[in-house]
Design a protein around this ligand. Sequence first.
Ligand code: THU
Length: 131
Amino acid sequence: MSDHGKLIAAAREVSRRAYAPYSKFHVGAVVQTPGGETYAGCNVENASYGLTCCAERNAIGQMVAAGATAFDIVAVYTPTEKPTAPCGACRQVLYEFNPEAIVVSACDGPEVIETTVKDLLPGAFGPKNLT
Ligand code: THU
């Protein structure tokens, strides 16, 4: 188990509550703030498919609703053999709150990928572009 085992376990746990009747692909994500608080999210699909919201963005929504505006790690669990990286929309939303944050992707296999938000979204548009 990696250094981020607890976060990965929490991401896997929340994936069980995913509302994914269409894809049947249950994803969980947990963000951890610099103060050590964690916020979890799962994907929530919709009969109007395009309204689906990914686990990562729902975890960020939980964080913001709790009054936090920064995180330094996000752990993502997907029910796959190999780890997968967050989708483009989620990369942009993660970037908003910390380009330097570590992204840990875990799955049903033993492999874990660790990268950063900024490496997943080079040349990003972000808050600084509006100042
Ligand atoms: N999904 C996530 O929640 N996060 C990811 O990192 C990849 C994709 C969701 C969206 C949709 O509900 C399902 O997985 C299939 O794409």
